[in-house]
Design a protein around this ligand. Structure first.
Ligand SMILES: Cc1cc2nc3c(=O)[nH]c(=O)nc-3n(C[C@H](O)[C@H](O)[C@H](O)COP(=O)(O)OP(=O)(O)OC[C@H]3O[C@@H](n4cnc5c(N)ncnc54)[C@H](O)[C@@H]3O)c2cc1C
Length: 624
């Protein structure tokens, strides 16, 4: 029970403040009601553990209620004859997940799987444990409940490249209807928007006419550097600078839990079991035909049977982990762990991600915004009036895309984000500590941010040539898998980041807009990079290898590919090869990571995958 929604508790709390007078009591009541309205348990489907125990037989079992899984469960349960079970390792969204602005506050909480990459020589060197932080949502809505809410679909070329590699049905033209199907676009429908956006879907996509002065500044500076000012990176062209659309509505985050689960929370044929982990896919004895899933809830094993199909939507880390635990993966790796091999497939290979390296700009400022009374009044304003700084992700909404080798190419190789930290904001939320960076970086960032606005330009490598891999550490489903990011394994990736520094991020300081604003380039003086001249490539390389970050977009570990593609795990209908009754639908199936943020594409994959299942079972009625 979310405490602010409990009438008895609310009355007790309010009554205990009688001495403060009726006005205060009224304010407190409104405050508690607002909290309940934002994140109360009544908003989400109830937990169905009792129903599962009573009758553990389903037509479909969907593992993971994240970006893709929530969409899949919703669409499959539209067929009232189908009994659908959605299994989620986490619980309900919380107040912290639902307030848009302090998104990094969810890192390291119980709503985060909190993965870290394995130490590697050439990147993530400035982290305490030498591995980059890979947060993943462990909550209804999955990573869409803890993400930064940018609504970006990627570049048309991404999908056309997938199709050109033999993934029939996955060109941009093929996937656009599924992006539109999921979407309830809240911006203006001009000619371009009408082509690319739609109103009828579940997912609110917000476009805000208000421009924060810092957003305006960044756009002006980027335009000075030659980028076009666009209104929509999901429109005709992606290359340029713009204010991103966001998955927010009415002052709250619009996760896929809010979009796809909340409106159907009482649907009779959809059961949602929460805080339950799928530990193994089960097969009919002596066959490769899937018969169900083994779950673990609070230490208790629960076997659930499936009549039609299991859909794994546990994300790019947990989906391959579950397949490997179930005997689907590289033979040698499985045999080394004494796991019976069901299908010898390259699960966990081809791990791709977007890394970013920050460049810092600072300007003197007043600490006032981050003093305790100010923070409290900001929260009060949010709860009582649903206005103020917390209602959206302003002023962090600007993004830019460019191709650093060919300015005329329609396909980007770099994306820029710009995050602004008010003076002393580390007191409120220390992004560097949350990510596990060393005390040295943390202390130097604090010093930098003490009396200054600090802008971090995220130089994000969009089309990495390097790929890593995921392996099981042990066959215990509760042990985290080993994540080898292998950033910069292909040295071209490092060169692209350095080019981006020189073409964009370092040049921002030379623009009239930045000069007038007072923002100046400032480096964190890392001991490891001290010996290099700041104008040299060696210095930039050092920075790129020390303070490497993940932009939280791991993909492609259960790669989709055409028949005959030995690197693929699923076919173009997302069916796991050499196994019957099992599909994977989430970011892990992307043949290669798309040039943009990965939430909207994961939802699209869920929409398209669910449609494939419907077409199969409703129109052909054949066994898979
Ligand atoms: C901090 C952060 C910021 C980001 N910012 C953005 C952004 O601004 N815009 C954007 O487009 N993208 C962003 N992303 C990326 C985007 O959110 C993800 O790529 C996307 O949500 C992935 O969707 P998915 O369905 O593949 O997996 P997820 O959404 O991660 O869903 C997987 C779900 O499966 C559950 N699960 C896992 N294993 C099991 C199991 N064994 N049993 C039961 N349940 C299980 C998980 O708990 C989770 O709920 C961000 C991600 C993070 C973490």
């Amino acid at each position: 029970m979310f405490w602010a929604c409990d009438p008895a508790l609310t009355t007790t709390i309010v009554n205990s403040y009688q001495v403060a007078g009726p006005v205060f009591q009224q304010a407190l009541t409104t405050f508690l009601a607002a909290q309940c309205a934002i994140a109360g348990d009544h908003l989400w489907p109830a937990d169905a553990t009792d129903k599962v125990l009573e009758d553990p037989n389903y037509d479909f079992i969907v593992v993971g209620a994240g970006s893709a899984g929530s969409a899949v469960a919703n669409r499959l349960s539209e067929i009232s004859d189908w009994k659908v079970l959605l299994v989620e390792a986490g619980g309900n969204p919380t107040l912290a997940t639902e307030i848009p602005q302090p998104y990094y506050s969810n890192m390291g909480t119980s709503e985060d799987w909190a993965y870290h990459t394995e130490p590697q020589e050439g990147a993530c060197r400035a982290y305490k444990n030498k591995g980059c932080a890979w947060p993943r949502g462990k909550v209804l809505g999955g990573s869409s409940s803890i993400n930064l809410m940018f609504y970006v679909r990627g570049n048309k070329a991404d999908y056309d490249e997938w199709a050109a590699d033999g993934n029939e049905g996955w060109s941009f033209e093929d996937v656009l209807p599924y992006f539109k199907k999921s979407e309830s676009f809240m911006g203006k429908f001009d000619a371009e928007a009408t082509k690319y956006h739609s109103k009828g879907g579940y997912l609110s996509v917000a476009s805000d006419d208000n421009m924060h002065e810092i957003e305006d500044l960044i756009i002006k500076a980027a335009v000075e550097l030659g980028l076009k000012n666009l209104t929509d990176c999901n429109g005709d062209s992606q290359i340029g600078v713009m204010k991103s659309f966001t998955t927010t509505k009415g002052g709250t985050r619009f996760s896929t839990a809010r979009a796809f689960l909340s409106p159907i929370k009482d649907r009779k044929n959809l059961h949602v079991i929460k805080n339950a982990i799928a530990t193994k896919i089960v097969f009919k004895p002596g066959t490769n035909i899937v018969s169900g899933v083994l779950l673990n809830k609070g230490g208790r094993d629960i076997a659930v049977n499936v009549r039609k199909e299991v859909v794994v939507s546990a994300g790019a880390i947990n989906s391959p982990q579950l397949l490997l635990l179930s005997g689907i993966g590289p033979r040698k790796h499985l045999e080394d762990l004494n796991i019976e091999v069901k299908a010898d497939l390259p699960v966990g290979e081809n791990l791709q991600d977007h890394l970013f390296v920050p460049v810092f700009y600072t300007k003197p400022g007043d600490k006032k915004a981050t003093t305790l009374p100010n923070i409290i009044s900001t929260f009060i304003e949010y709860f009582l009036h649903n206005t103020g700084d917390l209602i959206d992700t302003s002023p962090h909404r600007v993004i830019a895309f460019e191709n650093t080798t060919d300015p005329n190419s329609p396909a980007s190789d770099m994306q820029y984000h710009y995050l602004i930290f008010p003076p002393s904001s580390y007191n409120l939320l220390d992004m560097f500590r949350k990510h596990g960076l060393s005390e040295e970086v943390h202390d130097k960032f604090r010093k930098m941010n003490e009396n200054k606005y600090t802008m971090l330009v995220y130089n994000t490598l969009l089309k990495p040539k390097s790929a890593g891999r995921l392996l099981l550490k042990t066959k215990n489903p509760f042990d985290k898998p080993l994540l080898y990011a292998d950033y910069y394994k292909d040295i071209e990736d490092l060169y692209t980041v350095i080019r981006a520094f020189k073409q964009h991020s370092l040049r921002l300081g030379e623009t009239k807009a930045f000069k007038e604003s007072g923002f100046k380039l400032e480096w964190i003086e890392l001991d490891a990079c001290k010996r290099f001249d700041k104008n040299s490539d060696e210095f930039l390389e050092c920075i790129a290898r020390e303070i490497t970050f993940s932009l939280y977009h791991p993909t492609s570990t259960v790669k989709m590919g055409a028949d005959g593609d030995p690197t693929s795990v699923v076919d173009t209908k997302l069916r796991v090869r050499n196994v019957t009754g099992l599909r994977v639908m989430d970011a892990s199936i992307m043949p290669s990571v798309i040039r943009g943020n990965t939430n909207a594409p994961s939802i699209m994959i869920g929409e398209k995958g669910a449609d494939m299942i419907k077409k199969h079972w409703l129109h052909t009625h054949t066994e898979l």
